[in-house]
Design a protein around this ligand. Structure first.
Ligand code: C2G
Length: 133
């Protein structure tokens, strides 16, 4: 059983997230996802529109995701890798290099991001639509 692990906020789910999750899951037999808590998001200077419970429910309904657990600090990844027996850590390449230190515990792989879509852009276009309506 090859376990793949990844992390993120996954707010307002879109094809960029799905492409990441699908490709990560295809690299193993199981995909576990560390979902940033609302409090941790503040630490990442991100505010998610949807709260943790909402984002967790959405992720858990995706066929590529086997388990979702809370990500509430930057230091938990090594413990998570050991806890789940993950042999592969995957992130989008906007994080390239940032998690190479994990390579002493498991393989580290950065996947190309899906271009031209982001939660930030979705929020911005929604804000414009609301204003101009
Ligand atoms: N992603 C992607 N393509 C996009 C948008 C996002 O491949 N167009 C990927 C990101 O690279 C990341 C994952 O989808 O691997 C989740 O993205 P976010 O929810 O923005 O997560 P982030 O804020 O990067 O949190 O400890 C790691 C952090 O929790 C990562």
């Amino acid at each position: 059983m090859k376990t793949v692990i990844t992390y993120g906020t996954f707010d307002i789910l879109h094809i960029g997230h799905i492409n990441l999750l699908r490709r990560a899951r295809a690299l193993g037999d199981r995909l576990v996802v560390g979902l940033s808590t609302d409090e941790f998001n503040l630490g990442k200077h991100k505010s998610s529109l949807l709260n943790y419970e909402n984002r967790k429910m959405v992720l858990e309904s995706i066929r590529y995701v086997d388990e979702v657990f809370p990500e509430d600090n930057w230091e938990q990844k090594v413990q998570d890798i050991k806890r789940f027996g993950a042999t592969l850590f995957v992130m989008g390449h906007d994080w390239e290099g940032k998690f190479d230190f994990l390579s002493q515990y498991c393989q580290v792989h950065y996947l190309p991001r899906t271009e031209a879509i982001s939660t930030t852009e979705i929020k911005q276009s929604l804000a414009v639509t609301t204003v101009t309506r």
